[in-house]
Ligand binder design. Structure first.
Ligand code: NAP
Length: 309
């Protein structure tokens, strides 16, 4: 009865240490070391290498060490009968909210514009926006989106949310499904994407959607690169329909050096750092799920296999 960690970055040891510190009685292995394959009960994964999950005949659960599980659904080799859990964590939500707030404040006070002007020693004052006059629309009002929505309301932004089901959050105007998407978009000056990447949301940030936003709208994508149609975004920026974009996530990561985003004056990119799982904060729920697995209790934060998130 053990946990195997499958990921391709340099964080395997960090997770292993954190798990051992919290639960010394659980055997934890890196998939890279010698380990008894038939003893693995839980696979703790993050962008795991292909064709690895099927090596474990007695696996009972796939535990994602982050919030987004799209990479697991995209793994054709994944044993389909296994439950999938993901991370729901207050730091993941507050870190995301802080990042998006930073992007919004930078936009409404033109900080990116002045940074560019500075490189040319240009002194060019520009009018700025006030919080009370700015509407922010969040696509995806889940664990991360709802924390952001509450923070935006607290600051005094007009706050709108779009999701599959109706949300009742003080001060947030909730829109539901495709039928209310255009109504949501036409009132949104800053669009934040916090949707999971599923068959239904892939490529949702496209020309048709951008056209429904008011002229001068600003786009923040902190969800997944697969939501964005890159050429459509650049076309709408170049036509001045959109005033700018902050992008933390990309189709291919690291973003290839040849990508046009790197040089685009209206695009501000960051290397997928908006919100990163904090091992100390997240490990207790992984251990709790392992214990639940052992005692046959329902798992925490289980993903819906049918919905894909
Ligand atoms: P979540 O709790 O599952 O929330 C997803 C939200 O999207 C829900 O409100 C859901 O509606 C809505 N939704 C899903 N499909 C929809 C559709 N077709 N139409 C309308 N609404 C739809 O997810 P989360 O924990 O907030 O995380 C969101 C995403 O953030 C993750 O999947 C991940 O890709 C991304 N993320 C990025 C970073 C980063 O560093 N950039 C870090 C963490 C997470 P219902 O509430 O009605 O179900």
């Amino acid at each position: 009865m053990s946990i195997v960690i499958l990921r391709q970055d340099d964080k395997i040891d960090e997770w292993k240490k954190a798990l051992k510190a919290r639960a010394p009685h659980i055997n934890v292995y890196s998939y890279l070391e010698e380990h008894p394959k038939d003893d693995m009960t839980m696979a703790l994964v993050w962008k795991h290498p292909k064709n690895t999950l099927s090596r474990y005949p007695n696996l009972k659960c796939i535990s994602c060490s982050g919030a987004g599980v799209d990479f697991i659904f995209n793994d054709r080799d994944r044993p389909k009968h296994l439950p999938i859990t993901r991370v729901v964590d207050p730091y993941l939500a507050s870190d995301m909210s802080e990042y998006v707030l930073a992007a919004i404040f930078s936009h409404i006070k033109n900080l990116n514009h002045y940074k560019l002007e500075q490189t040319q020693a240009k002194w060019s004052p520009k009018s700025y926006l006030r919080i009370q006059d700015v509407s922010v629309g969040i696509m995806g009002v889940g664990e991360l989106g709802k924390t952001l929505a509450k923070d935006l309301v607290q600051y005094g932004f007009k706050t709108l949310g779009w999701s599959n089901s109706k949300k009742r959050i003080n001060g947030v105007n909730s829109f539901v499904g495709e039928a209310e998407l255009s109504l949501f978009l036409e009132q949104t000056a800053i669009l934040v994407c916090l949707l999971p990447l599923t068959n239904k949301t892939k490529g949702i940030l496209n020309k048709t959607l951008f056209t429904l936003l008011p002229k001068g709208a600003f786009v923040i994508n902190v969800a997944r690169g697969g939501h964005m149609v890159d050429d459509d975004l650049m076309e709408m920026l170049d036509k001045d329909h959109l005033s700018g974009a902050v992008l933390d996530v990309f189709h291919n990561e690291p973003l290839p050096t040849s990508h046009l985003y790197w040089q685009h004056p209206k695009v501000h990119i960051t290397p997928h750092i908006a919100s990163v799982s904090d091992t100390a904060s997240v490990v207790p729920q992984i251990v709790e799920n392992y214990e639940r697995l052992m005692s046959g209790q329902p798992l925490l934060n289980e993903v819906s296999i049918t919905k894909g998130y």
